[in-house]
Design a protein around this ligand. Structure first.
Ligand SMILES: Nc1nc2c(ncn2[C@@H]2O[C@H](COP(=O)(O)OP(=O)(O)O)[C@@H](O)[C@H]2O)c(=O)[nH]1
Ligand SMILES: [Mg+2]
Ligand SMILES: [Zn+2]
Length: 301
């Protein structure tokens, strides 16, 4: 037996876990193919004992790598299962498909509820429609979320995006057609090659598999190759918690007359005052009210 080493599980396949050595994300070619120590398989959980994103310890037992310990997961996404994601990159298009701001805010609520940081990317700026771009910029203007404008096709903003992913475990989220896959291709130089080699090996091809894989980024950090929050539901979100998932409300809601204020018809509401003073985006507030109503309706059932 040797001293245990630490690594990140970047994919699981056919009963094996593929581990990248921690802080050495550029050496993707040298993944360690490990099995699980039997005892780990018995632990009760909604998720498998080891999933992509897990930080693990492994040892060489009779010269074969075996995972002996899984570190507690800081975050968990379920569809697909991936651990320790700490940044959601929400992608919208500055033109087509037109943004569904309510859907975007639901994704952001999910991210906030899971304690995951948010970065906003407005893609397709090469084909921007002025009205759409302004709508998106205004929507996020009162938030603290960083916004990067990009074009996956023309390579605009990719350097900035790459910088924002350094040292993080990120996942892209957003509706179909906004350019998530194109952004991955722009960020991970050998992504296309990998797609092809995996397809050849497994015959079915990776796009038909439900596997998630963490891709190593050239500057360090990992990016999941499958969108996060592909199923958006606000079920399970607590009514009283919801305002906290709109972080820009916090500085005002602290001063509301009632501590339980939900920023609707209550008197002395500082969030609504801020809205009227243009300190909170109208579309953000409208979506907050809509999501609140949806959660309340769900609770009645
Ligand atoms: N003009 C333009 N088209 C883009 C850009 N990014 C992606 N596309 C196109 O938008 C379509 C959807 O892109 P894709 O990456 O598959 O989106 P996904 O569904 O979010 O993964 C494709 O036809 C892309 O070529 C961009 O920055 N500018
Ligand atoms: Mg895609
Ligand atoms: Zn209030």
């Amino acid at each position: 037996m040797s001293l245990p080493k630490t690594g990140v599980v970047v994919k699981t396949y056919g009963g094996f876990c593929y581990i990248a050595e921690k802080d050495n994300s550029t050496e993707h070619s040298q993944l360690i193919e490990a099995t699980l120590r039997g005892r780990l398989k018995l632990e009760q959980s909604k998720l498998p004992p080891v999933i992509v994103g897990d930080i693990v310890e492994y040892e060489f037992i009779k010269s074969s790598p075996v995972i002996t310990k899984v570190y507690p997961r800081k975050t968990k996404l379920f569809r697909p299962p991936v651990a320790n994601i700490n940044q959601v990159v929400l992608v919208a298009a500055a033109g087509s498909p037109p943004p569904d701001l309510l859907l975007l805010d639901k994704i952001l609520v999910q991210a906030e509820a899971n304690g995951i940081d948010v970065l906003v990317v407005i893609n397709k700026v090469d084909k921007a429609q002025e009205k759409v771009l302004t709508e998106l910029q205004e929507h996020f203007s009162s938030t603290d979320y960083s916004v990067i404008c990009s074009s996956a096709i023309k390579g605009i903003g990719l350097d900035k995006l790459a910088q924002a992913l350094v040292g993080r475990f990120s996942v892209l989220a957003g509706p179909s057609g906004v350019g998530k896959s194109s952004l991955i291709k722009g960020l991970v130089p050998d992504y296309q090659g990998k797609v092809q080699s995996v397809s050849a090996k497994t015959e079915r091809g990776r796009h038909t598999t439900r596997h998630v894989e963490l891709l190593s980024l050239p500057l360090g950090g990992y990016l999941a190759d499958t969108p996060g929050f592909s199923q958006i539901s606000v079920a399970g979100i607590d009514v009283q918690q919801l305002p906290g998932y709109f972080p820009e409300f916090n500085q005002f809601s602290r001063k509301c007359r009632f501590t339980s204020c939900l920023h609707g018809p209550e008197p002395g509401c500082k969030v609504k005052e801020a809205l009227e003073n243009g300190m909170i985006s109208r579309t953000r507030y409208a979506n907050y009210c809509q999501i609140l109503a949806e959660i309340k309706a769900l609770k009645k059932w």
